[in-house]
Design a protein around this ligand. Structure first.
Ligand SMILES: [Zn+2]
Length: 82
């Protein structure tokens, strides 16, 4: 969950992991840890049709989550960063 400055709604000040509640500070607009940000607009054939879900997950919770997957995630080196 992204927390913005109440006096300036465009200034990101903190990210809170929706799963564990860990607070990740943001310094000069840069989060001090990377997180998973999810935005999902549910559509047809969903019980949430027309609803948008948004959440943020810290890396520790992400690692626990994907470790439970029946099928492993696809992990590739991002060559754009090299
Ligand atoms: Zn977490």
């Amino acid at each position: 969950m992204k927390i913005y400055n109440p006096k300036n709604q465009t200034e990101l000040v903190e990210i809170i992991c929706n799963k564990c509640g860990k607070r990740i500070p943001v310094t000069k607009g840069v989060p001090q840890e990377d997180t998973l940000h999810v935005e999902k607009n549910w559509g047809y054939f969903s019980q949430n049709d027309g609803i948008k879900h948004t959440f943020d997950i810290c890396e520790e919770c992400y690692e626990e989550w994907v470790a439970d997957f029946a099928e492993p995630i696809l992990a590739e080196e991002n060559l754009e960063l090299l």
